[in-house]
Ligand binder design. Structure first.
Ligand code: ARG
Length: 588
């Protein structure tokens, strides 16, 4: 199904052509003077030079040609040469009636669907999931849903950080506390215990303790480093202990992500890429891309057009250790082998931009991926507290995600207490659902790359540009519908009718822009565009609601038409918020 803007452009283009001008001047755009018209075309001004004619004259000719065209209610030429376009209510209505019967409301399938590996989440095993990983999960989940809705194959990979010093720190600390465990007995050849020697709560206490200790206690730091090397070299006992850390950690992570309504197809980890490193390093050397510099093995990646310095990418350090970049490169090799993706998209903190620039360049230079494979980095900004500094708990620590989510639903719950109308159980459930919407919308409504202020009171407000406001709008529609059904004893089964008033028309125009919004959000990896859209659509619905007598309308046909209109609005809103990763309750 064509976008409405394409239909408009088609008509205007053929009018240009009929008047003897190039059809390409007939491209229409959304009006930047919504008080005057809905769409506009600036082609007359663009063509004036070529045709040596006053733009206003060209515009007038085209406008005359469009006179009587059923797509438009009004077309006018405005000096110096704008063509102002107002869509006709009946054409708009026909468009929406077609749209509502289409699969995915007219969003077109891509010509060639792509396979995309989406790398998001990126939590580090043994460290608690904190707000730093929240943004990656929320943004990535939305991008995954948008891509799938459009018809692409999107494979979400959590890409666990399981290969760094944090593992050595935990192992060293466990060894210090429980040296009698068989994992540390080099002569032990039996089966290691099935049961982990720690719970998740203990594990979460062990890591920060070990990390702090390593900063002041040099001997301990060396032990942690040695433990990391030993683990990476495949020590049997250390491996067994590592498995326990993984299992305990991963089941906790899964629970946390489930609370966020975030799911991954793959639970791959940095360690999975390690087997690919040796061959890759050999290839880099054989292709004369990698060379020794101060004992380290590096690849030059700077390019002429760089405006800031891009240092060489270190592949192997002088002590033989590999790095984050090495792992990411090897992961690219692995992903190519397993999925042969058309794109790999990484959602990570924007401070990692240089890292990804280096990695992408090495991957391309060395042919680790095909020339056509797109490697994209979506870097997000920091979530700040009200003081403008990175978000912390009151005592200055990192906030646990679990706590953050609980705090928000508690705050929503408190608010709902004000006019309590539900049983306890439903109220708790609804508060959690609204809280999640508040959190996700509060994040996604900002352009990803921007920092934003985490402000619970603002996020949970029922008015303004917030998640709860969007949910409230949906709930309002649901309630009108059920009252209608109660009154009439039947469901809404009518087509939309042409708009009866200005606010009805505005609502319909907004609905007609659903497909282009989703397509654009996907191309630009920009869920915030869907947020702006649902906000605009909710405003349009609420204005329509206030200016129209819906349930007290006496003309049954008219009333059924209104119901069809709000029914479509509900579907579009619900589909949109599903793409953002949350859902609406029955009532609130
Ligand atoms: N674990 C990393 C971190 O916490 C994020 C991983 C992002 N993905 C990647 N392929 N490097 O910063």
């Amino acid at each position: 199904m064509d976008r409405i803007i394409e239909l408009i452009s088609k008509e205007v283009s053929s009018a240009f052509a009929d008047c003897g001008y190039d059809a390409s001047y007939g491209k229409a755009a959304l009006s930047n003077r919504p008080d005057l018209c809905e769409y506009q075309c600036n082609g007359a001004m663009a063509g004036a030079k070529k045709y040596r004619k006053a733009p206003f004259l060209i515009a007038q000719e085209v406008v005359e040609r469009l006179d009587g065209n059923p797509l438009f209610e009004r077309v006018s030429a405005v000096k110096p040469g704008f063509i102002n376009l107002t869509v006709s209510g009946s054409a708009l209505c026909a468009y929406l009636n077609q749209m509502r019967t289409q699969e995915r409301f007219g969003v077109s399938r891509p010509d060639s669907p792509e396979t995309i590996v989406l790398d998001y989440g990126g939590p580090n095993v043994a460290k608690p999931l904190h707000v730093g990983h929240l943004r990656s999960a929320i943004i990535g989940e939305s991008i995954k849903r948008i891509g799938r809705y459009l018809g692409h194959t999107v494979i979400g990979d959590v890409h666990l950080g399981d290969w760094g010093l944090q593992m050595g720190l935990v192992i060293a600390e466990v060894k210090q506390r429980m040296p009698q465990l068989p994992y540390f007995d080099e002569t032990f050849s039996g089966d290691y215990p099935q049961e982990a020697p720690f719970t998740i709560a203990e594990l979460e206490e062990i890591y920060p303790c070990a990390s702090a200790k390593a900063k002041t206690d040099e001997a301990f730091a060396i032990q942690a480093h040695d433990a990391t090397v030993r683990l990476q070299n495949g020590d049997r006992g250390y491996r067994a202990l590592w498995n326990h850390i993984m299992n305990v950690s991963v089941s906790d992570l899964k629970r946390n992500y489930a609370n966020l309504n975030v799911t991954f197809d793959l639970w791959k980890k940095e360690s999975d890429a390690q087997p690919y490193i040796p061959d890759m390093v050999e290839k880099l050397k054989a292709d004369h891309l990698a060379y020794k510099s101060n004992g380290a093995l590096v690849v030059d990646v700077k390019e002429e057009s760089d405006t800031k310095e891009v240092p060489p990418c270190i592949i192997v350090k002088s002590d033989g250790a590999t790095l984050y970049s090495t792992t990411d490169l090897a992961t690219i090799v692995e992903r190519r082998k397993l999925f042969n993706p058309d794109q790999i998209i990484y959602v990570a903190d924007k401070r990692q931009e240089m890292h990804f620039t280096q990695v992408f360049r090495v991957a391309k230079k060395a042919g680790l991926v095909e020339e056509s494979t797109k490697l994209r980095f979506l870097g997000f900004g920091t979530m700040n507290g009200k003081d403008g500094k990175p978000f912390k708990t009151r005592d200055g620590g990192v906030m646990r995600l679990e706590k953050l989510i609980a705090d928000i639903s508690d705050a929503v719950y408190e608010k709902m207490q004000e006019n309590r109308s539900m049983q306890e159980e439903e109220m708790r459930r609804t508060a959690a659902q609204i809280g999640l919407a508040a959190l996700k919308y509060g994040d996604l409504s900002n352009q990803a790359s921007k920092d934003y202020v985490f402000d619970v009171d603002r996020f949970i407000a029922f008015e303004g540009n917030t998640g709860p406001y969007i949910l409230y709008t949906i709930v309002r529609i649901k309630s009108i519908r059920s009252k209608y059904e109660e009154m009439n004893g039947t469901k809404v089964e009518s087509d939309l009718l042409p708009p009866q008033n200005e606010s009805g028309k505005a609502l319909m125009l907004s609905l007609s822009r659903f497909a282009e919004t989703v397509e654009q959000a996907y191309e630009e990896l920009a869920p915030h565009k869907i947020c702006s859209y649902v906000y605009e659509l909710s405003n349009a619905l609420n204005r329509f609601y206030h200016e129209t007598r819906i349930l007290s309308e006496e003309d049954e046909k008219k009333q059924a038409g209104y119901l069809a209109l709000i029914d479509l609005t509900q579907h579009i809103l619900e589909t949109s918020i599903d793409l953002l990763g949350f859902s609406a309750p029955e009532r609130m």
